[in-house]
Write a protein that binds this ligand. Sequence first.
Ligand code: BTN
Length: 258
Amino acid sequence: MSDGKLWDPPRRRPLDPAALSAAAGPAWRVEYAEAAPSTNALAADHPEAGLVVVVDHQTAGRGRLDRSWATPAHVSLTMSAVLEPDLPPERWPLLPLIAGVAVATAVGPRAKLKWPNDVLIDDQKVCGILVERPAAFPSYAVVGIGINVDQVRSELPLPTATSLRLAGLDVDRTELFGAIVAGLRDGLAELRSDPGAALQTYRTHSATLGRSVSVYLPDDRVVHGLACEIDDDGKLVVETPTERLVVGAGDVVHARLD
Ligand code: BTN
């Protein structure tokens, strides 16, 4: 470079906290840090309804089922939104599903949901979501969302992962953030007023319904069958040759489509 600077591709610029606040609107209070171990941990530390924590480089992200979530600086959207759901206990398990819908809607029609809430494009994972209920503040839900936005292939942890950029989608992280927090508010409102409709919306985004799946259950069993239903509790119903299994937690792998 003639001026001695390294090339800085436009999508690798740091996030701007003022722009994030403007994109979120007055219903949200954005807390931004350039780097931090985990947005979920930060948000769970001092939850309040409408707080949303964003970091540009998350260094020790937490994933579902005790996994980690690794992302380089400036290329991903790592955020945790705090909700005070005020829901009857039986509706709390639907929160992870409506979070998936909020992200899929914000990403656009190519985004589909692998049960419960992995966001896929072309059957590859582009976003993971971890909803936690802080033990010290049980009236709150921390909705942690990690989206691979601008990663190139070598920056992704697994061959089954992708980024919006690799999928050919040129997406601005700040605009995406604004769309997601708006979708979370809408989804929670619908879950409060009409949970049946919220579930029906979820089903329309599902990539799992109707697919042959393997389900890795928390007790280490693995079942293979047809994902035939998402029931009114948000659980996945899998039909195997010997049983009809209702799954509340587990890791789903879709059989290949070819
Ligand atoms: C998964 O295992 O698929 C869920 C991954 C969730 C990652 C996000 S990134 C932002 C938020 N903070 C965390 O520590 N984890 C979630």
